[in-house]
Design a protein around this ligand. Structure first.
Ligand SMILES: [Mn+2]
Length: 334
């Protein structure tokens, strides 16, 4: 819990911070924000990850100092593990033998840490790091503020999703007061993709189909499209949400061909339709409104089975669509 984290920081000196593979804005922003906080308290701290950092986050203060590692040695007093469901998520060897501090806002997270601080009421871990800063008597520097604002913006879908609370907006306001320029962060997140994203989007959207009721939409991304669009990692982030922009669409399926006869599937829904249950039927998982799974076999047949399961769930759902936004939206599931 928070008091244990404060005590640990006050009594120790050397820290590392890590997050999950395929890091998102909350993972990177919260890690860097915490790193800046620890340094401002006179501690030694560095962010260590096994994966590449998406270009969207390169402009964050401290992003260029992130250390890429495959293994962690014993030189730290403690390693903070940001937003990971289990100790394997960062894909860093020997992490399980460290003194770890598990910080997450997902209630499904395993309590794998030596210390566990889990707050499912927080919109993002970034909000929790803000609370930590306040609890420890730290000052919100411009660096901390920019990193934490990135975490909030990405995890709340620019304050669109139901996880956006009065507290989220209050924290965001404090971060702006500390020097954040919201338009700069939004520009980096939403308007800084390479053209290949637009190229790929036009090809993927050309495949979109709907069921006769018009409430379920699905689309495809083939291996060939990856090549012809010149796609780079992250170019298709959020594509699964595009059909949900139509008022009548309440569930969306996005299938990507990873290798011949092997597909990654993203599922999104509005309101009370639970796509995590559908993903679980195919050995996947996720949240109520955002889930994913992998399937193998003939494309048409795989698509038919998944779409049928989604249509069934939509039909069973008593609530008609009333414009609910997504909750628990995570780019990591794309
Ligand atoms: Mn998060």
């Amino acid at each position: 819990m928070l008091s244990q984290v404060v005590e640990l920081i006050e009594n120790k000196q050397n820290f590392a911070i890590t997050t999950h593979v395929r890091p998102d804005g909350d993972g990177i922003g919260s890690s860097l924000g915490l790193c800046w906080l620890l340094r401002s308290l006179g501690k030694s701290a560095e962010v260590i990850v096994s994966d590449g950092i998406p270009a969207t986050y390169h402009s964050l203060p401290g992003a260029n100092e992130i250390v890429h590692v495959g293994e962690v040695n014993g030189k730290y007093d403690a390693v903070f593990v940001i937003e990971c469901s289990d100790v394997e998520r960062p894909n860093i060897k020997n992490l399980e033998n460290q003194f770890t501090v598990n910080i997450d806002h997902h209630s499904t997270c395993e309590h794998f840490g030596t210390i566990n601080w889990i707050d499912p009421t927080a919109s993002a871990v970034g909000e929790m790091i803000y609370n930590l800063c306040k609890a420890i008597g730290g000052r919100i520097s411009k660096e901390i503020a920019e990193c934490l604002y990135m975490a909030l913006v990405t995890d709340t879908g620019s304050f669109h999703f139901p996880n956006t609370t009065e507290r989220t907006l209050k924290v965001a306001s404090e971060l702006v007061k500390a020097g954040v320029k919201p338009a700069h962060i939004s520009e980096a997140v939403y308007n800084s993709y390479p053209w290949s994203r637009i190229e790929l989007m036009s090809q993927v959207l050309a495949t979109v189909r709907r069921d006769p009721s018009g409430r379920v939409a699905w689309m495809r991304q083939t291996l060939e499209m990856r090549v012809s669009s010149g796609m780079v990692d992250g170019d298709n982030s959020g594509f699964v949400n595009i059909p949900l922009a139509a008022k009548e669409v309440v569930a969306s399926v996005y299938m990507r061909e990873v290798s011949p006869n092997f597909f990654r599937v993203s599922l999104r829904s509005k309101g009370t339709i639970n796509v995590a249950r559908i993903a679980e039927k195919f050995d996947g998982g996720g949240h109520k409104n955002a889930a994913g799974c992998r399937v193998e076999g003939d494309w048409d047949e795989c698509e038919r089975r998944i779409v049928a399961a989604v249509i069934e769930a939509v039909n069973e759902d008593n609530h008609s669509t009333n414009g609910h936004a997504l909750s628990d939206f995570e780019f990591t599931l794309v």
